[in-house]
Design a protein around this ligand. Structure first.
Ligand SMILES: *Cc1c(COP(=O)(O)O)cnc(C)c1O
Length: 457
């Protein structure tokens, strides 16, 4: 029997990234409250949120300071826009704070309401930049297969998700895709290092094919998130840097997941030693307590837009919304005061990654990988061949259902199981996460009739 709320939901709510027909049968889980790294559903079930919502609740749930600052800002000024020569105090303070934390060559922020809008902003800003530079032919964006850059028309087109492209005739013209650096999935016939170089060189081949004079920018996530926590081989970024230095194209680093501490640095460009021209931000910027995103703009790009550009005819009603900005600013202040980014780097991510590696011993796990506060395991039927559990990658969904039954949120991407917990997770909570993940792997192995008694390496 479904509850009244579930029935109302089935009748009236068309949900994003959901099979609404299947959902109507099962009835959605209704999430009612949350505290720390846990949330509770309407049946009183408790879950350890291994995904921090959708990679965003970095401070964990229930931070009263964030609610208080929103309340205060709503009372003082619930809304004003940034168009036509105005700003608001929290928005300007937030821009200045982000510029302080960002790499030295980046000193301005353009605000949006989400990560997708931020990548749409990149799309327009980069084309505007090249027009102003007198190189209007430089229009083509190069992205990567299996990238995620959001769900708007430009965001989904920049992304490399086939299942999204199929719906709505995407990508739009002017966006092409090159190889992703997914060694476990696509490169096992060569060494990880060689594969990293090969994947990177697909960018150079594409630049030469299209002609440098026609290429606007390369966009990439520092590690792919929604694609399955894909961490490039060590050689990859080194080779990409060589290519970016050789050709006159802009580099957009999409740090919607990685930004604001998830790697143990404020930004992943610091972790990987990269020098982007534009950085996409959202998610962890406000720990998801308010919707806000933006683009951190390098001086190189900003100077051209400002000095030569006149009006940039782009923006959103809710660009840099004052309540969202006040919450984001408070979120960053807490990250600083509680030294959470340092704690991730020196204490919590080493512990998480050490314990996560124990899963590699499980008969169902072909690879365990991670960095900072993200991690993944690859589910396989046979560790010696890395053959998948089922031909169509259904094993991940089965494993996810067992995780949920065990009170743990892990997300499947095909047969890859991923986590991205709140940055504030404690060691005890990590222990709980690992033991629930082990139990989940055992349950999944039993389901497929695979023995778990000998943990051969
Ligand atoms: C989530 C995500 C986006 C899109 O952000 P929204 O706020 O959902 O629009 C863009 N890029 C990356 C890397 C993301 O993970």
């Amino acid at each position: 029997m479904q509850s009244e709320l579930q029935q109302l939901n089935n009748a009236h709510h068309l949900q994003p990234f959901s099979d609404n027909k299947a959902l109507a049968k099962s009835g959605p889980r209704i999430i009612e409250r949350a505290q720390g790294v846990y949330f509770y559903d309407s049946n009183g079930n408790k879950f350890l949120d291994g995904m921090a919502g959708l990679w965003c609740v970095n401070l964990g749930y229930g931070r009263k300071e964030l609610a208080d600052v929103a309340h205060q800002q709503m009372n003082q000024l619930p809304y004003y826009n940034l168009f036509f020569q105005t700003t608001t105090t929290p928005t300007t303070k937030l821009a200045s704070k982000i510029a302080e934390l960002a790499p030295a060559h980046m000193n301005r922020v353009f605000f949006t309401g989400s990560g997708s809008e931020a990548n749409d902003t990149n799309f327009r800003m980069v084309r505007r930049y090249w027009d102003l530079k007198g190189q209007p032919n430089k229009k083509t964006f190069i992205s990567r297969a299996n990238a995620y850059h959001g769900s708007t028309v430009a965001g989904a087109s920049l992304g490399g998700m086939d299942y999204m492209h199929k719906q709505g005739d995407l990508p739009i013209p002017g966006i092409v895709h090159v190889d992703q650096p997914y060694w476990f999935g696509e490169g096992q016939d060569m060494s990880e290092d060689d594969f990293g170089i090969k994947a990177a060189q697909s960018l150079e081949q594409k630049i030469l094919e299209i002609g440098e004079e026609n290429v606007a920018a390369f966009i990439a996530e520092p590690f792919q998130g929604a694609g399955g926590v894909i961490i490039p081989p060590k050689t990859y970024w080194t080779e990409i840097k060589r290519i970016l230095a050789k050709y006159d194209i802009l580099f957009i680093l999409d740090e919607v997941i990685a930004g604001f501490g998830r790697t143990g640095e404020w930004f992943a460009c610091q972790y990987f030693d990269l020098k982007p021209d534009l950085i996409t931000i959202a998610k962890g910027m406000s720990s998801g307590y308010q919707p806000i995103g933006g683009v951190i703009v390098s001086d190189k790009v900003a100077d051209v837009l400002i000095e030569e550009g006149g009006d940039f005819n782009h923006g959103f009603t809710y660009s840099g919304h004052p309540v969202a900005a006040a919450v984001a600013l408070k979120n960053i202040e807490i990250l600083e005061q509680e030294r959470i980014v340092e704690r991730v780097k020196n204490e919590i991510s080493p512990y998480l990654q050490k314990r996560w590696q124990e899963l590699a011993d499980h008969p169902l796990v072909g690879e365990a990988r991670g960095l900072g506060m993200v991690a993944a395991i690859e589910l396989v039927k046979d560790k010696s061949t890395n053959e998948r559990l089922e031909a169509d990658c259904k094993g991940g969904g089965i494993c996810r259902d067992f995780a949920v039954a065990n009170g743990l949120v892990m997300r499947p991407c095909g047969d890859t199981m991923i986590i991205s917990p709140p940055l504030v997770i404690t060691k005890d909570e990590i222990d709980e996460l690992i033991s629930k993940a082990k139990k989940t792997l055992d349950d999944t192995a039993n389901f497929y009739g695979i023995s778990t008694t000998d943990s051969d390496k």
